[in-house]
Design a protein around this ligand. Structure first.
Ligand SMILES: [Zn+2]
Length: 437
């Protein structure tokens, strides 16, 4: 700190020194001149000075000027000295250190600006070089299509976009600029990059073709005007199983998250354990009959209840609990029973309710109870009768392959049209036919 100040003081000091050194000369010359005047001619001194008479004259006139200036010149060093003596040196240093700090900040700012400029230039240069070497953009954008596993469009459904994206090597993501046109059996995706390179991609709509593969026919055209479809309750019920087709039906139900009702029998002991699966999946299990032998079960009420109790044991063994749901073989309105015991249905329906059962009939039949039938028939019979019922109790048999296959189409159709598929409960709509024997 101090050496720096010393270095600077010579710069300021010379002026002070000059004036102070000029002052004595001025004094001398002024003291000489009176002598010169006294003697009249002081030759040696005059000789010495005579050569520089003009200089002396200047010197003579100079003192007066110097004298006037001197006090100011003298006062400055004096003031400086007095300041230096009386106040601490810090006062002098402070402005200098502030100046240095300011200078340092200025230097740092200009250095930072230089660095930023340099980086900008470098980036521009590199991108320019890249463009130069890349040349003209001739690469079109790339369109990618998403596809959902197992997604198929049922004949009555519209295609639901599975997703797409588009990107370009120079323009980046162009998904927002993709134009999409839906055609009869496919969708066209189009996009262009900023250089005008166009990409076009087609997607075949994944229409379900299994119906035609199975039946050789197109899916039946269903034209139903059911204004109450939304929220209308449909109880799908399956009798006479479980059978070899029951597991497949359970898979379909699981796929759509739908629960139904099974009125079970002992007709196929090998599939008895399906009762457990039906119950575990949240479906309702009711008793149909163990033997389904009309002659035997409708011979008298004891034989009937013996048959029902045996089936109840199987249900309990499989599900861990008994059931209070049942459906008479042939329905409560069957007249075949009259061939064996007149009036037995009147007795049995009364006894059923006394024993704590609720028996269910149906108000829509799929028509699959006979020997002949196919998917078309099941779908048409059920869908065409839905508008006629406030609450639909639908009779089906999970012992028929075509019925189980028909459910793969009927269930999603019902759901798409707003129907509410539920399993029967004790207090559900029983759809009683009315006893005829
Ligand atoms: Zn039956």
């Amino acid at each position: 700190m101090i050496p720096v100040q010393n270095r600077r003081s010579p710069g300021a000091a010379p002026q002070g020194r000059k004036s102070s050194s000029a002052a004595p000369q001025g004094r001398k010359s002024s003291s000489v001149s009176p002598q010169g005047r006294k003697t009249g001619s002081v030759s040696p001194q005059n000789k010495q000075s005579s050569g520089r008479s003009s200089q002396k004259r200047q010197a003579k006139s100079a003192p007066s000027q110097n004298r006037q200036k001197r006090p100011a010149g003298k006062a400055a060093p004096a003031a400086r000295q007095s300041r230096g003596n009386s106040s601490p040196q810090r006062r002098v240093r402070r402005p200098a250190s502030a100046r240095r700090r300011r200078n340092r900040i200025r230097r740092l700012i200009s250095l930072a600006a230089l660095i930023v400029m340099f980086i900008l230039c470098a980036v521009l240069l590199v991108s320019g070089i890249r463009r130069f070497f890349k040349g003209k953009d001739t690469v079109p954008p790339v369109i990618r299509l998403d596809h959902r596993e197992d997604y198929v469009v049922m004949p009555w459904q519209d295609y639901e976009e599975e997703g797409f994206s588009a990107s370009d090597d120079r323009d980046g993501d162009l998904t927002d600029q993709v134009s999409r046109t839906v055609m009869e059996d496919r969708i066209c995706y189009k996009v262009s990059d900023s250089a005008g390179n166009e990409s076009v991609l087609y997607r075949d709509i994944p229409y379900d073709t299994s119906y035609k593969e199975k039946t050789g026919r197109d899916f039946p055209e269903i034209k139903i005007d059911d204004p109450d479809a939304k929220g209308k309750i449909v109880y799908l019920t399956f009798d006479d199983g479980p059978s070899s087709y029951t597991e497949e039906l359970l898979e379909t139900l699981d796929r759509y998250g739908v629960k139904v009702t099974f009125f079970v029998t002992g007709a196929f002991p090998a599939y008895e354990d399906m009762i457990k699966k039906e119950d575990a999946a949240g479906n309702s299990v009711g008793i149909h009959t163990l033997t389904h032998d009309f002659e035997k079960i409708y011979s008298d009420d004891k034989a009937f209840w013996k048959d029902i109790d045996q089936m109840q044991e199987i249900v309990q063994r499989q599900t861990g609990h008994t059931t209070n749901l049942m459906r008479f073989a042939g329905g409560s309105s069957n007249s075949i029973s009259a061939n064996y015991t007149p009036g037995i249905m009147t007795l049995l329906t009364e006894q059923a309710q006394q024993k704590g059962f609720q028996y269910f009939d149906w108000n829509i039949s799929s028509g699959d109870g006979g020997a002949e039938g196919d998917m078309d028939m099941v779908i048409r019979n059920i869908t065409s009768n839905l508008p006629n019922q406030d609450t639909c109790v639908v009779l089906c048999h999970d012992t028929k392959e075509y019925t189980v296959n028909a459910m793969k189409y009927l269930i999603p159709w019902l759901l798409d049209h707003g129907y509410d598929i539920r399993p029967l409960q004790f207090d559900s709509e029983p759809a009683h036919h009315g006893v005829q024997n």
